[in-house]
Design a protein around this ligand. Sequence first.
Ligand SMILES: N[C@@H](CCC(=O)N[C@@H](CS)C(=O)NCC(=O)O)C(=O)O
Length: 217
Amino acid sequence: MSDSTSKVVLYSYFRSTCSARVRIALNYKRIQYTQTHINLLEKKNKTCEYANKSPTQFVPLLEIDGLDLIESAAILEYLEETRPEPALLPKEPAQRAKVRVIMSIIGCGIQPLQNNSQLALYPAEARAERAATVIRNGFSGLEKYLSKVSGLYSVGSQLSIADVYLYPMCHAAQRYNVQIEDYPTIFRIFHELSLLEPFINGAWFMQEDCPDELKQA
Ligand SMILES: N[C@@H](CCC(=O)N[C@@H](CS)C(=O)NCC(=O)O)C(=O)O
């Protein structure tokens, strides 16, 4: 591969849970990358320059293999298909389906309902509670599902994309004062993931664009 196609660049925002998913997978697969920070609070995702790269104007976007990939699920599946080791999907179809159920519960049923553009539909003073309600509603079903399919991690004892989705979602829950302890299986897996370097290094508080005052809070 030439230099220009081997360079991997993640367009991300420190607090974006979808960006964290991709950071964690890149870390876990030991893929070297740099980040271009897109400040969502300053609406840098709405600039013409970013619109030219990302049709949806969301983060993350991953420049890899000469492609501009968007949508975290598609990015993670691409990484798995092109860089399968170490694996983030189990080999057996039934186990893979369980991973994709969790991806879907979080990625379709929770995260989109509490992202910036959705919360902006509510008065400023109601946004945090709206986000917390969405997360609590989603976590109650997720907890029941995880209690059936989890082992040490979300699906059995192998780390998977399900964990890559779960860890940042738990950080969003904490941000909105959702008591993760109320969901014992989620809490237990979150604790396990919090011990792992690829997850810690992908977390919001480890990012260069995270303001110091938030790191210390
Ligand atoms: N389905 C997309 C969702 C991406 C998404 O919602 N990104 C958020 C940050 S986590 C974003 O860019 N929000 C900007 C906005 O709402 O204007 C994915 O999984 O990548």
